[in-house]
Each structure stands twice: as structure tokens, then as C-alpha cells.
Design a protein around this ligand. Structure first.
Ligand code: PEP
Length: 256
């Protein structure tokens, strides 16, 4: 973390969990525990149907609401899809884009991610862009190349003045939902490289201002060490965001 230059951000990703009846007690539990965090911003990326409830419950407190996806077109005949303007009008501030589960199961490409990032910014939404390598890519020693290409694609046609609104989440795919966390050295190396890519495309001042998260089995035990690294400015939290105490432990580690 480096609060002098950028925000610390802890974002929960509920994925496809919690119907409305279960969402309410979880939102209440998180609100009770986490809403006093002063030094880090907290976001809950909930399923679409939970967004209105989350927005209502979190009104007036420091916790923001996020979405887990949005469509890459503005509007029209896309049955079953949800647009950037729709989530914005429901109270969303952040939107996860290009999560590896969407890249893997829904065929999301770098081109689609790039379109979505631009559309999110046009709608005054802050994209949380997920990048990360597969296990075999790490084993082949091409992690930095893979992540660099993903970051460059996400920044395609993004003017300098908009870059600080983008959050990057480095999520090694082999660490998501597996209980296997990247080592502090692995996570730091990639987050540092993401910042270097931004610096080369824009400049040092812009690169310094971008929040870069780590995601992949972050929990109460490993959060403090990961968040203690200068280029890791927060976490994207899956499993642990479904338990108020575990999520709060991570928020408190970021709030130091
Ligand atoms: C995620 O969903 O982005 C994630 C990092 O999940 P988990 O924390 O469960 O590994």
C-alpha cells in the first residue's frame, strides 16, 4: 500500500452466491463490522439482483456497491444482459471486468474487456480489471508477458486523464478459490510490472496514482503481509467476502 499516492481498496466478489433472503443478513453483518474503516475503501460486488438492496442498505455509510459484470454494448437486443447505464442507475460505483471466470466460461476476450472498460468509464463507473496467468503459463515462465498483454489491452484508447479511475486486480488463476495464494514475492513482482506497463504508456505520476489489487485466496492470515507490499494496494476477495468476520479481518488489515 502507498496511501500517499493512491487509494487502498478492498472489494468483495460474492460471485453467484446469496439469494435475496441470504443477502440481507450478510450485508447487515458486513455493514456492522466494516463501515468504520477510515483508511481503505470497501466495495461489495454483489449479484445484479442484490444491487438495489445493497445500495439501499449501504446508503450513507462508507461501503460502496459494485457489480460483477456489464455488457459491452450500450443497449438494445441483448436478451438477458445488463448494461453499464442500468447498473449505474441502480447505485453501482465499481464494476469487475474480465474476471477469469468470465474469460474462461463466457469466452470474454481482451477485445471485449477493452470495450467494457471504455463503456464503464463513459458511464462514470470505476472498472476493476482482472488480469492473471494460468498455472501452465506461470510454469512456462511467461507470467509477466501474459499480464502485460492483458493490461495493454485494457488500456487501449484510454486517455491519460481517465487512467486513475481504473483499478487493476492481479489474480493468478491458479490461486482463485483454490486456497493456494501467490507468495508475497510473486504477487509483488506482477503488481510492480502492471505499474511499469502503465508508466511506460503514460507517465510516472499516472502510474503512481493507480490502485492495484491482489486477488486469489486472500484471507485473514495472509492479508497483512500481502497488503504490506508497496505495489499491492488492496484485495479482490471471493470466498472470504461471504463471511462478515473473515472479510472484516481483511478490511482491518488494510485499514492499518
Ligand atoms: C475472486 O473471485 O476474484 C477471488 C479472488 O476468489 P477467492 O478469494 O475465493 O480466491
Amino acid at each position: 500500500m502507498n496511501r500517499r499516492y493512491r487509494k487502498t481498496l478492498i472489494a468483495g466478489n460474492w460471485k453467484m452466491n446469496k439469494p435475496l433472503t441470504e443477502a440481507r443478513p450478510l450485508l447487515d453483518g458486513i455493514k456492522q463490522r466494516c463501515s468504520k474503516a477510515r483508511w481503505c475503501e470497501v466495495v461489495l460486488c454483489v449479484p445484479f439482483v442484490n444491487i438495489p438492496l445493497a445500495s439501499r442498505l449501504m446508503k450513507g455509510c462508507r461501503i460502496s456497491v459494485g457489480a460483477q459484470n456489464m455488457h459491452h454494448e450500450v443497449s438494445g437486443a441483448y436478451t438477458g444482459e445488463v448494461s453499464a447505464a442500468m447498473i449505474k442507475s441502480a447505485g453501482v460505483k465499481y464494476v469487475i471486468i474480465g474476471h477469469s471466470e468470465r474469460r474462461q466460461y463466457c469466452g470474454e476476450t481482451d477485445e471485449l474487456v477493452s470495450k467494457k472498460v471504455r463503456l464503464a468509464l463513459e458511464n462514470d463507473l470505476r472498472p476493476i480489471v482482472c488480469v492473471g496467468e494460468r498455472l501452465e503459463q506461470r510454469e512456462m515462465g511467461i507470467t509477466l508477458e501474459v499480464v502485460t498483454l492483458q493490461v495493454k489491452a485494457a488500456l487501449d484508447q484510454i486517455p491519460a486523464g481517465q487512467v486513475r479511475k481504473i483499478v487493476f486486480a492481479y489474480e493468478p488463476i491458479w490461486a482463485i478459490g483454490t486456497g493456494r495464494t501467490a507468495t508475497v514475492e510473486q504477487a509483488s513482482e506482477v503488481c510492480k510490472e502492471i505499474r511499469a506497463v502503465i508508466r511506460k504508456k503514460y507517465d510516472a505520476r499516472i502510474a503512481r496514482s493507480v490502485t492495484i489489487q491482489y486477488g486469489g485466496s486472500m484471507n485473514a492470515d495472509n492479508a497483512k503481509e500481502l497488503l504490506g507490499q508497496p505495489d499491492i494496494d488492496g484485495g479482490l476477495i471471493g470466498g472470504a467476502s461471504l463471511d462478515p468476520d473473515s472479510f472484516n479481518a481483511i478490511v482491518q488489515a488494510a485499514n492499518q
